[in-house]
Design a protein around this ligand. Structure first.
Ligand SMILES: [Mg+2]
Length: 342
């Protein structure tokens, strides 16, 4: 029997540059740090609450403060802990995954084993990551691209009324492969088809969330039309049927802050594969703490977009790393393997 204590507090992360996507613009990520302590061992977790899913720093901390820690009476029975989290109702997924992350980190530290070993990953190296360029003034884009010189693949945020201009500007400075993320920004099938045709000739390897998640029929028609693979992001929270997703997209972008669980994310990867879906792991704007948990899941994924911690100016943690090919890898340390930056 372990006597768990939980601590949580705001983790406000200033960004290197104002980051803009089709729905919002921000200078700080308002995240939450979770510390779960028992037996002299502290497990760490991080939440990145997202307004798209009706979450805030306040709502996240309210959920953490209300969660009954007696659910952790057998901390190694994570499935039972997840059922107790489910019983609190839908929503609050970033808070839920932050608590589960802290619990898994604690379990790994208690057993003195890295989680990738505990889960029998083939190696501690995952896919190559892309680097995201947010929406910016046209004259600033070449500098943004130059700052990303180290990264072999760029992810470009679109969904504006000047998307062609953005791509033409990027293409005037680099011919690197591009992943596009429209963040639901193309509001009609005609506009989406027009953009897909334009992008297909621009060395674009995937298009994330071309249209609003509510436009299921149009997304299915676009999948049939598009020579470029389309990926569900806002359309995929982890609570949809994989058959329905496979009708509308070629792949899914898994984010822990949406699925609300690392364990369930791994189960979704296996379900998605059976339905023929490409699997991508993404992130919100997070420190190296939450992004190391995402890097752990990336060991079972085809594509990785794990640059969230690179967008913040003072990352408080050290965890996931990239090799010379920008393949993500996990530290050889117990649990998640994350440490405070000294
Ligand atoms: Mg996205």
């Amino acid at each position: 029997m372990f006597n768990f204590k939980i601590g949580f507090r705001p983790l406000n992360l200033p960004l290197r540059h104002t980051f803009t996507i089709s729905r919002w613009s921000r200078d700080t990520a308002a995240n939450v740090l979770v510390e779960l302590e028992a037996d002299g061992i502290t497990g760490l977790g991080e939440a990145a609450p997202n307004a798209r899913y009706n979450e805030s720093q306040e709502s996240c901390m309210a959920w953490l403060g209300a969660f009954d820690l007696s659910a952790l009476k057998n901390p190694f029975d994570v499935e039972a802990v997840l059922r107790a989290m489910d019983a609190t109702g839908p929503g609050d997924y970033s808070a839920k995954v932050a608590l589960e992350m802290a619990l898994y980190d604690w379990i790994g530290k208690k057993l003195q084993v890295p989680l990738y070993d505990l889960w029998n990953a083939q190696s501690r190296f995952g896919p190559q990551t892309c680097f995201t360029v947010g929406i910016d003034a046209t004259e600033k884009l070449p500098d943004r691209v130059r700052e990303a010189a180290r990264y072999p693949v760029l992810k470009i945020k679109l969904g504006t009324d000047r998307d062609e201009e953005i791509i033409n500007t990027i293409r005037s400075v680099t011919d690197k492969p591009i992943w596009v993320d429209a963040n639901e920004g193309w509001k009609t099938l005609d506009r989406a088809k027009q953009m897909v045709s334009f992008l297909a000739d621009q060395n674009v390897q995937m298009i994330e969330q071309p249209m609003p998640s509510s436009m299921k029929q149009e997304l299915a028609q676009l999948k049939a039309y598009s020579p470029v693979i389309t990926m569900a992001d806002e359309s995929f929270t982890g609570r949809e049927s994989v058959e329905e997703l496979a009708a509308c997209f070629h792949g899914i972008n898994i984010k822990l802050m949406k699925t609300g669980s690392i364990r369930r994310a791994l189960q979704m990867i296996h379900g998605g594969r059976r339905a023929g879906l490409n699997i991508m792991i993404g992130c919100m704007i997070e420190s190296s703490l939450a992004n190391t948990a995402a890097a752990l899941v990336s060991l079972w994924c085809d594509y990785a977009d794990l640059d969230g911690h690179l967008l913040i100016s003072e990352d408080p943690y050290v965890g996931l790393q990239f090799d010379e090919d920008l393949k993500v890898y996990l530290p050889e340390k117990s649990g998640l393997g994350v440490e405070l930056r000294s």
